[in-house]
Design a protein around this ligand. Structure first.
Ligand code: 10G
Ligand code: SF4
Length: 315
């Protein structure tokens, strides 16, 4: 007789501090200024979150030309280039910047080192908005590498003042391997004091590593556009566990759970807990009998809201 099926929940999972803050910025802007609030790019890469904010009056756009004069505009958590920032200011919008402070920190570092004459090698995924935003802090001098093979091809103009920066949501292990290849080719390259991959990415990947040793299937809640969610699924697969990413409980397929005793469940940094709860209910309906959390790193970090959206002190 087969054993009863159990669900093991990863900890931490789901929303990070940057996502919490970004969503709160849009919600507070809606409360304070009324609908519509325009948001450049999906505030975070999650279908549920975007649809929920749309229902409350947010309008998501990619081009600033789509935003009417005088409108309130929010930049997504992934950050924007200097060109986008300058254009938005020139068009006179009321702007709230929901760029995660940990992404802004990378932007500041790039600007500071560029002043000192540095050129950059950026490790990241081509076309991702965070990569466009970070590379777009400078007009030139940032070279993108996506993998170890790219490191052999990259051609900086000089190698004396060269620094590495990375996207915040990369695979920690892949980034370490690519950084090692950069170091091998350019031994004097400057590396970030603390890696640019953020605490939330690191903690969610660490939790998947712990969970993968205990389960025979991994489900990741996240949208297809979410880089960090994709990395969680890939990591479980690399560790030898069949893994699927779902945007909602409806996407779960009964055949995935056949013969499975322990199901691991996690969620990307942009995936809300309500979806995790719905996935748990669906897996239970398919036959799982118990749920338990596998304890992991506790997260207490919280970022302040921008000026103008903080709750005003009562007078
Ligand atoms: O993982 P990515 O960068 O695709 O973004 P996300 O919206 O799915 O999750 C939150 C992470 C960021 C805002 C990037 S710093
Ligand atoms: Fe910020 Fe990290 Fe969350 Fe990105 S994944 S929004 S860098 S905390």
């Amino acid at each position: 007789m087969s054993q009863p099926q159990e669900i093991l929940l990863a900890e931490p999972r789901g929303f990070c501090a940057g996502v919490d803050r970004a969503i709160e910025i849009v919600e507070r802007a809606l409360q304070k200024f009324g609908a519509p609030i325009h948001v450049r790019h999906e505030i975070v890469h999650n279908t549920y979150v975007v649809n929920d904010l749309k229902a409350k009056g947010a309008i998501f756009i990619e081009e600033l030309a789509e935003v009417p004069p005088g409108a309130t505009l929010v930049f997504s958590a992934h950050g924007v280039s200097k060109a986008v920032q300058n254009e938005a200011e020139a068009r006179g919008f009321r702007i709230f910047d929901a760029t995660c402070p940990l992404v802004s920190k990378v932007h500041v570092e790039v600007a500071k080192l560029a002043q000192e004459g540095y050129e950059f090698i950026m490790i990241g995924h081509k076309g991702h908005p965070e990569v466009e935003g970070t590379m777009g802090q400078l007009e030139h001098g940032i070279h993108l590498v996506e993998d170890v093979a790219d490191v052999a091809r990259v051609q900086p103009l000089q190698t004396k003042l060269l620094a590495v920066v990375t996207q915040t949501t990369l695979s920690v292990d892949d980034a370490a391997e690519i950084t090692a290849a950069v170091r091998a080719r350019f031994p004097s390259v400057r590396e970030p004091k603390q890696q640019d991959i953020c605490y939330a990415t690191q903690n969610r990947q660490d939790a998947v590593k712990v969970l993968s040793a205990q389960v025979d299937l991994m489900i990741v809640v996240g949208s297809p556009t979410s880089s960090n969610s994709n990395r969680l699924r890939e990591l479980a697969v690399k560790l030898g566990i069949p893994a699927y990413m779902v945007d909602s409980a409806e996407e779960l397929r009964p055949e995935w759970f056949e013969g499975v005793t322990r199901v691991g469940l996690t969620a990307g940094a942009s995936a809300p807990e309500i979806l995790v709860r719905q996935v748990v209910d669906r897996i239970k309906a398919l036959g799982a009998v118990s749920v338990r959390t596998v304890p992991g790193m506790e997260e207490t970090i919280k970022f302040p809201l921008p000026k103008g959206l903080k709750i005003e002190a009562a007078v």
